[in-house]
Design a protein around this ligand. Sequence first.
Ligand SMILES: [Zn+2]
Length: 332
Amino acid sequence: MNKQNVFCPECRREVPYRTEEILDKAELRGKEYSFTAHRAYCVECGEEVYVAALEDLRLKALYDSYRIENDIISLEEIQALPDRYNIGKRPLSLLLGWGEQTFSRYYEGDMPTKQYSDILKNIAESPAFYLSLLDKGKNKGITDVAYRKSKAATEELLKQDQTHIRSKIDDVVDYLLFHCRDVTPLTLQKGLYYAQGFYYAFFGSYLFEDTCQAWVHGPAYPKIYGRFKNYCFDPIDRVEEEGPWYLAGEEILLLENIVKHVFCFSGKTLEAFTHTEAPWITARHGLDPDALSKRTISNESIGRYFVSVRDKYKMLTPANIKDYTWDLFGQI
Ligand SMILES: [Zn+2]
């Protein structure tokens, strides 16, 4: 802070001052809040002096503390919204169905109600939510130009979002669903597990970071389960778009062989395979066959097991996966 001199009532003239950080308390809307603030003292006589800028900071700190305790969106988050979505304060207020100055008041520091704050928070967190408001609100008095500019900015944000949330396992799933029909959630889960295991056996690293759990019906990846649980026992709709998948050549080679030599069996058959294998058996040690479990099957245990499979069947390439699956099929 730029320290100009201030008036000291004791010395009766303009003096330099020093500041001290303190833990302050104040009441706001019937409740007490603590926050850090600064006090200023005359360097000549040591009396406390009044500094307007420090008083502003003190109020801001009190309001910040109030916002945190009451789960109200922060001022900084509010002020970031117009830039983020490329929209003016007035049009934003209008498309939310608010008075045209309402958003501007919040932008200047007024405290939104919890209800309005929740709407602003949702907007800050979710471009998809904002886009739905934008589409619903476009007849509420915002210009067509403003609508289109904001829509373009939001779609750009959505694109970035997807690449952030999507991870390797989603690319693997989409690749498999593009190349196979009649894949049920159960089959898909087993395919992911075999892809992870055999990729490690042949290439010495894991295909994706996700770990699976030892569920009753075999290894399952919870995130992927959530994505497709609506299908229950029905085949998942085929992925119609051919990529782009961010998969390397070796990864595709492996997945081609999962499609050929794993997905040729039904989900129930694959479930029976996994029930003969160490990673699932070990993880469920001591559990009843129908006991629900969220125990993790570590990638290490999957890797170790499939290295042993590779050695036992003297596999040379991923095409040899069929030696294993057909052998198991003969045993169950
Ligand atoms: Zn003084």
